[in-house]
Design a protein around this ligand. Structure first.
Ligand SMILES: *Cc1c(COP(=O)(O)O)cnc(C)c1O
Length: 345
């Protein structure tokens, strides 16, 4: 077997959901967009459904197809991108709840699917998705008369607890929604950690479920082990890999492992990443290739048959930091070639 082994712990996902749910007195949904942050939306949703989750969020309507099949009709599936032209059939057939982001989307929804469930997304300053306050002022009465399931907005800086944008957006959200008789949602993972002022009626954690920052107490969900295909001994002065970017400054032992940038191991990790043999760190040397990495195992006393890129010694966020990115990107880029072992409920 020469593919990396990606282990996905669904019990940890459920434990993370419970831990986030326990921090609030409101409902906790689950965000499973981007194929459950790369870990398999259907498997993740199934495990969370068993744990009692009945409200899920995806980014685009197409992502709901596999989910609806897995979940049956007893869950609400909300779509952040709202109701785009071309989505109407999916929204009707799968019974999706689009979060309407503009007056245009609202008009389209009411015309094509009158009486069909919907929610409203408001922009409170992130300037990405949702109705602007002036738009909302113009259509709030009409929208509310049609019984939206949810009114939501999204925080831009929730991973920085002291950022003034947080109370700023909270204030605007309250101005726009205080007194309406509709469930409200503002918090994703970061917002949950900001405390009860931010919780409203429903929270929408994503990354925290999958073991990522800013949920520092999350249980790790993934482990990634890469098989060693070959090892070789280098004399001092020999070079390794494309561009000869690394040169041995002592007699060295190099392991070539299966996995590369085509598997989501970013090329920027060239000469930067660390892999582990149990608790012993081994440096990635030379360039990350499409399918292979070269690792300095000179200091190991034995030759391992695999090296760990994500595991107990190095979590998703630590690896992300070496690549100058965030855990979200590491997870969602995990490649399709891995031998995926999903265990748990
Ligand atoms: C992705 C997303 C979430 C989940 O965010 P996390 O930071 O992963 O918890 C919630 N709401 C919206 C609108 C999103 O786009």
């Amino acid at each position: 077997m020469s593919t990396g082994r990606l282990t996905i712990d669904l019990d940890a996902v459920v434990a993370n959901w419970r831990a986030l749910d326990d921090m609030t007195n409101c409902k906790t949904a689950a965000v499973v967009k981007a194929d459950g942050y790369g870990l398999g939306a259907a498997n993740v949703a199934k495990a969370l459904f068993k744990a009692g989750v009945r409200q899920f969020f995806v980014a685009i309507a197409e992502e709901a197809v596999a989910l609806r099949e897995e979940l049956g009709d007893k869950s609400e599936i909300n779509v952040f991108s709202g109701h785009m032209k071309g989505d109407t059939d999916l929204i009707r057939e799968l019974g999706l709840t689009p979060m309407l982001n503009s007056v245009d989307q609202m008009t389209h929804h009411f015309e094509t699917l009158p009486g069909h469930p919907f929610g409203i997304q408001l922009d409170t300053g992130m300037n990405r998705l949702g109705m602007e306050p002036q738009e909302w002022a113009a259509v709030a009465e009409l929208a509310l008369s049609q019984g939206p399931r949810l009114v939501m907005s999204h925080l831009a800086c929730a991973d920085e607890p002291d950022h003034p944008m947080n109370p700023h957006q909270l204030g605007i959200f309250k101005q726009l929604t205080d007194g309406i008789n509709v469930p409200r949602s503002l918090a994703a993972t970061g917002g949950i950690l900001l405390g009860p002022d931010y919780h409203f009626d429903v929270t929408r954690p994503g990354i925290g479920l999958y073991g990522g920052q800013p949920f520092a107490h999350a249980q790790p969900v993934v482990e990634l082990d890469l098989p060693v295909i070959q090892t070789r001994d280098l004399a001092e002065g020999e070079v390794v890999g494309y561009g000869n970017t690394w040169q041995a400054d002592r007699p060295s032992r190099i392991a070539t492992v299966s996995g590369g940038y085509a598997d989501g191991i970013f090329r920027i990790l060239s000469d930067k990443a660390t892999l582990y043999h149990l608790d012993q760190p081994c440096k990635l040397v030379g360039r990350v290739s499409m399918d292979l990495l070269t690792i300095d195992i000179t200091d190991l006393s034995d030759t391992p048959d695999k090296l760990t890129l994500i595991g107990p010694q190095q979590g998703v966020d630590q690896l992300a930091k070496s690549a100058n990115t965030i855990g979200y990107e590491v997870l969602t880029q995990l490649g399709g070639r891995y031998n995926r072992k999903t265990f748990g409920k």
